[in-house]
Design a protein around this ligand. Structure first.
Ligand code: UDP
Length: 235
């Protein structure tokens, strides 16, 4: 398929994100909370802590324990999904911790836990990336010292074309070379990547093009996150 004839299934340009919704302070009882949506993919995050970790033997005397819990709600997808945690959710919780920890000053809160609960209310691919964006905003809202926000989006290849923020339909694309889904997170104002999770195949020589596409998208995500956080500060 030549570049000029390429059309995404939903009519977006290859570098175009779905409409972003970003809100902060959606759960009053949490220390910090946020909602982040890419089109039909909706994630909410709530942060509790830092607070003393129990049982005591799990405490780290040198730093806080960042504990993320990702959950795809059973009503978030059209095909039946058994409620509760599974291996996929465990893996996403872990990579979310790794994606967020580098911007947090965990050393300032020894012996404590920072709980980050991420719930996916509606899923149309990109849920781990939407969850990371929501969690990053919720951590900032909770007032946890952070060196920067984390921005996340999936890029990929549909046949031979590089695209950003894939829908489920795009992830499932089977024609030509099929689809590749590459979930990426980065520290907003740096070239530090905190998540690179590839599902499918990508030629090494185009990885830099993928990162360039993602960097552009992350600038838009960062602006949306900042705008939402500033709205709360104004109140
Ligand atoms: N999905 C689903 N049921 C599941 C898990 C995933 O229908 O139990 C759908 C959902 O739309 C999700 C998409 O498959 O967003 C892609 O899932 P993946 O594991 O690739 O993670 P994501 O792209 O959401 O980070």
């Amino acid at each position: 398929m030549t570049k000029s004839s390429f059309k995404r299934i939903d009519g977006r340009k290859s570098n175009e994100l779905r409409p972003i919704t970003a809100k902060v302070g959606i759960i009053p009882n949490a220390d910090g909370s946020a909602l982040f949506a890419f089109g039909n993919t909706i994630a909410i995050a709530a942060v509790y802590g830092p607070r003393q970790l129990h049982p005591q033997h799990k405490q780290n005397p040198t730093k806080a324990f960042l504990r993320c819990n990702y959950d795809l709600m059973s009503f978030s997808v059209s095909e039946r999904k058994k409620p509760g945690p599974n291996r996929r959710a465990q893996e996403i919780s872990k990579v979310t911790e790794w994606a967020l920890a580098p911007v947090l000053d965990l050393d300032s809160f020894p012996g404590t836990v920072i709980d980050v609960q991420i719930y996916i209310l509606q899923a149309d691919a990109g849920t781990r990336t939407a969850g990371i964006n929501a969690a990053s905003m919720a951590l900032a809202h909770a007032g946890i010292p952070m060196k920067d926000l984390v921005c996340s989006v999936a890029a990929g290849k549909q046949d031979k074309e590089l695209i950003v923020d894939l829908t489920k339909e795009e992830e499932d694309f089977k024609e030509g070379e099929g689809a590749t889904d590459f979930a990426i997170a980065k520290v907003a104002n740096s070239d530090e990547y905190t998540l690179l999770q590839l599902d499918g195949k990508i030629q090494p020589n185009i990885v830099s093009d993928v990162l360039e596409l993602v960097n552009g998208a992350c600038k838009e995500i960062y602006e949306a996150q900042k705008k939402a956080l500033k709205e709360v500060v104004k109140k």
